[in-house]
Design a protein around this ligand. Structure first.
Ligand code: NAP
Length: 227
C-alpha cells in the first residue's frame, strides 16, 4: 500500500514579528503552509500578534545572547530564518551619539549575526535552509549609503554578512538580503509609498526559493540590485 505520510511543514523563525514588515512576513509564510515562529522582544506584544495569526510566539530579543539560546532550545532547528528586527537611530558620522551607534550595530548587525550563528549550522547539517536578511537601500554603496549614518553603516555590514555567509554555507542553504523599499510602518512613517504587505513579498519569495534560486544577492521587488 502506498504511504500517505505527509512531510512536516518547513519551520520559519521571523525576528521582530510582532508588527510592521515582520508581522506581514509571518502572515504570508503561514498562509503558504509554513510553521511560523514569531519572535518578539516584548512577550505580550508577541503573544497578541501570534494569536491574531494563529502561529507560535517566542520571546526573542536579538541583542540578548541568553534570549537567542533560549529560543534555540525551545524550538530546535529551523528551515527558514528571517532577520527582520531592526532599529533606525539618527545622526551623521560626526554627530550621532554612542548609544545610536551601539543600538544600530547591536540590533541590525550583531543581532542578525547571532541568529545566523545559532541556526545556520543545523541548516547545513540538514542540507536545507533559507536565510533572509532584511536590509535597506541605505546599506548599498551603489546607492550612496544614504540615510542616517548608524543605520546605513549597520545595514551595509548586514549586506556584507549576507555575502560572506553565503560563501561559507554548504548544501541547499541560501543566504540573501532584501530591501523592502520605503514602507508604511512605525519605522517608515505614514508618508511611505509601500505597504507592509507588499514589502513582505520579496522577503517571502527569498524565504521560499527553490533549489535553483539565487544565493548571496541583494533584492528589491524580486529583482537583484547592486550592493
Ligand atoms: P518597525 O515597524 O519599527 O518594526 C521593527 C520591529 O523590530 C519591531 O517588531 C521591533 O520590536 C523589532 N525589534 C527592534 N529591536 C529588536 C530587538 N533587539 N530584538 C527583537 N526585535 C526587535 O519597522 P519595519 O519597518 O517593520 O522594519 C522591519 C525591517 O525592515 C527592519 O530591519 C528595517 O530596518 C527594514 N526596513 C524598513 C524600511 C521602512 O521603510 N520601513 C525600509 C528599509 C528597510 P518592538 O515592537 O518591541 O519595538
Amino acid at each position: 500500500m502506498a504511504s500517505t505520510k505527509k512531510s512536516s511543514p518547513r519551520v520559519a523563525l521571523v525576528t521582530g514579528g510582532n508588527r510592521g514588515i515582520g508581522f506581514e512576513v509571518c502572515k504570508a509564510l503561514a498562509a503558504k503552509g509554513l510553521s511560523v515562529v514569531l519572535g518578539a522582544r516584548n512577550r505580550e506584544l508577541g503573544d497578541a500578534a501570534a494569536n491574531v495569526l494563529g502561529v507560535k510566539a517566542v520571546w526573542l530579543d536579538v541583542t540578548h545572547r541568553s534570549s537567542v539560546e533560549a529560543v534555540m532550545k525551545a524550538i530546535g532547528p529551523v528551515d527558514v530564518l528571517v532577520n527582520n528586527a531592526g532599529v533606525y537611530p539618527a545622526g551623521t558620522v560626526l554627530d550621532a551619539k554612542g548609544d545610536a551607534w551601539r543600538a544600530a550595530f547591536e540590533t541590525n548587525f550583531f543581532g542578525a549575526l547571532s541568529l545566523c550563528r545559532a541556526f545556520v549550522p543545523a541548516m547545513m547539517d540538514r542540507g536545507y535552509g533559507r536565510v533572509v536578511n532584511v536590509s535597506s537601500g541605505y546599506g548599498s554603496f551603489a546607492e550612496g549609503l544614504d540615510g542616517p549614518a548608524p543605520y546605513s553603516l549597520s545595514k551595509a555590514l548586514l549586506n556584507a554578512l549576507t555575502l560572506k555567509l553565503s560563501s561559507e554555507v554548504r548544501g541547499d542553504v541560501k543566504v540573501n538580503s532584501a530591501c523592502p523599499g520605503w514602507v508604511k510602518t512605525r519605522m517608515g512613517g505614514p508618508g511611505a509609498d509601500v505597504s507592509a504587505e507588499d514589502a513582505a513579498d520579496t522577503i517571502v519569495w527569498l524565504a521560499t526559493l527553490p533549489a535553483s534560486g539565487p544565493s548571496g544577492g541583494f533584492f528589491r521587488r524580486r529583482k537583484r540590485i547592486a550592493w
